[in-house]
Structures are given as structure tokens and as C-alpha cells.
Design a protein around this ligand. Structure first.
Ligand SMILES: [Zn+2]
Ligand SMILES: [Zn+2]
Length: 148
């Protein structure tokens, strides 16, 4: 996923609206998230990508920026099913297939899942605003080969 001019403009606008200065490093971090978008990259993956251009950048800088992006709604943190948070550039509601072995996360867009009825518990004063369905299991490549 290569960043388009519009995505860059939107990013700059979102930063400015939040009173955040747009530095080259900050832009590079956002670019790295976009470039790895399909993989739902971890902070570590983003760090490795940005380091190719900014060898002196620290992991902490990457991490803090990702947290800020999340607060601004620029990225969404995928439910940290494993210890490591993964970042999603697709901030629209959608669902995930997660392989428990190789930790691949695949986006699922499904109108039926988007229209799930609120659970009964939600009647007791809880206002549901959003939900993500996570299907966990083994992807095709991680499934053991059937013997016999
Ligand atoms: Zn897998
Ligand atoms: Zn996703």
C-alpha cells in the first residue's frame, strides 16, 4: 500500500487540527504504517521500516507517535490478542481473521457482521458504539498437512 497524495494531505490536516507539528520523522512513521498496511504491522515492523531512512530514530519515538496517531483516529490498534499491539490503517469498522500461529491478520468486510444485533446485556445501560469480530484459528499455510 503506497501512500497517495490525498492520504498524505489528510494526515497533515489531521495533525494540524490537533495542534501537532508535521515533522519529516512523523511523516515517515505514518508512511511506514501505510506501506505495511495490509499486514497490520506491529510497532517493531514500523520501527524497522523507518530506521532504513532514519537510522538514529528510537523505538520509543515510534511507539509514542503511534499512540498519538491512535488518539487522533489516524490508526486503530487491533485488539492485542498477543502481547504485541498491531496497528490498522483501515479505521472503518471491519473484522479480522487472525492466525494464532503466524499472527497474520486478514481484513474481513462483511455486511452481516456489521449488522450484528446488540447482545442482551447491552440493554442494561451499555451503549454499543462499535464492534469488531475476530475469528482466530490457523491460516491455510499454518494448517498441518493431513496424513494418509
Ligand atoms: Zn498462519
Ligand atoms: Zn484490519
Amino acid at each position: 500500500m503506497k501512500m497517495t497524495r490525498k492520504q498524505q494531505d489528510d494526515f497533515i490536516a489531521q495533525c494540524r487540527a490537533a495542534g501537532l507539528s508535521v515533522t519529516h520523522q512523523r511523516l515517515a512513521i505514518f508512511e511506514a504504517v501505510m506501506a505495511n498496511g495490509n499486514r497490520h504491522p506491529s510497532a517493531e515492523v514500523i520501527y524497522q521500516t523507518v530506521r532504513e531512512r532514519y537510522p538514529t530514530i528510537s523505538f520509543n519515538t515510534i511507539y509514542k507517535n503511534l499512540e498519538t496517531f491512535e488518539e487522533l483516529g489516524i490508526v486503530v490498534k487491533v485488539n492485542p490478542l498477543y502481547n504485541e499491539a498491531r496497528y490498522d490503517v483501515d479505521v472503518r469498522p471491519h473484522h479480522h481473521l487472525i492466525c494464532r500461529q503466524c499472527k497474520t491478520i486478514v481484513d474481513v468486510h462483511d455486511k452481516k457482521l456489521d449488522a450484528l444485533p446488540a447482545p442482551e446485556e447491552a440493554g442494561g445501560g451499555f451503549q454499543v458504539e462499535n464492534w469488531t469480530v475476530q475469528f482466530t484459528g490457523l491460516c491455510a499455510e499454518c494448517q498441518p498437512v493431513a496424513v494418509g
